[in-house]
Design a protein around this ligand. Structure first.
Ligand SMILES: O=C(O)CCC(=O)C(=O)O
Ligand SMILES: [Fe+2]
Length: 206
């Protein structure tokens, strides 16, 4: 699915209404993807990342058995040009989804994520139990020339059964994956090389 095409957002909306997930290309031009990668690596080199946790607020905990990536939340107030271009595209996705599917998505929050070689994120759901605020997940990959042998695929289970069918997606620069946060269990496989991305969630208000 190519989001640079005029019917791209319509096709994305159809996929979310149908199977509930989509793998897309063409969200942004390759030069912008490269700029996002550079700003991610720069912030990391400057020490701007911290070890990711699970849970929110008082339930927040760093549990190394579950995930071992590092993250840095994007602040729209200080976003550089490439980050702003990304946030604007995700805003048009938000509006298209709300118009067609009445999902009532109120906002988008996202972070850069960096998985060092060998880092992983075990099987999980993005929506916290008992909370419906994270509705739609989006993972945007920033890794040029990713090979099958590099590992690091996102494994998306197509139903809740761990033994059931799944789809593996390579974290190739320019690929964006969208999926309904409460429905799809997923995991990040360890990779042979550094793996960076922008991961975010459309939320309901409140
Ligand atoms: O990087 C990915 O492919 C998925 C990351 C993820 O599942 C998360 O941050 O919740
Ligand atoms: Fe996730």
């Amino acid at each position: 699915m190519d989001l640079s095409q005029p019917d791209g957002l319509d096709r994305l909306v159809d996929a979310l209404a149908g199977p509930g997930w989509a793998v897309t290309e063409g969200l942004l031009p390759p030069a912008t993807v490269q700029q996002l990668r550079s700003s991610c690596l720069q912030v990391h080199a400057a020490g701007g990342f911290h070890l990711a946790g699970t849970g929110r607020a008082s339930q927040f905990a760093v549990r190394e058995g579950i995930r071992s990536d590092e993250v840095m939340w994007l602040d729209p107030a200080t976003a550089d040009a490439a980050q702003q271009a990304y946030l604007q595209r995700l805003e048009s996705v938000r509006q298209a989804v709300n118009r067609a599917l009445f999902m009532g998505l109120a906002e988008y929050e996202c972070h850069f994520a960096r998985y060092a070689a060998g880092a992983f994120y075990g099987r999980h759901l993005d929506a916290f139990q008992g909370q419906r605020s994270r509705v739609l997940s989006c993972v945007y990959y920033l890794n040029p020339d990713w090979q099958m042998d590099d590992g690091g695929a996102l494994r998306l289970w197509l139903d809740s059964d761990e033994a059931g069918p799944y789809h593996d997606i390579l974290p190739q620069a320019g690929t964006a994956v969208f999926f309904l946060a409460e429905r799809f269990w997923h995991a990040v496989q360890p990779a042979q090389r550094e793996r960076v991305s922008l991961t975010g969630w459309f939320r309901l208000r409140g």
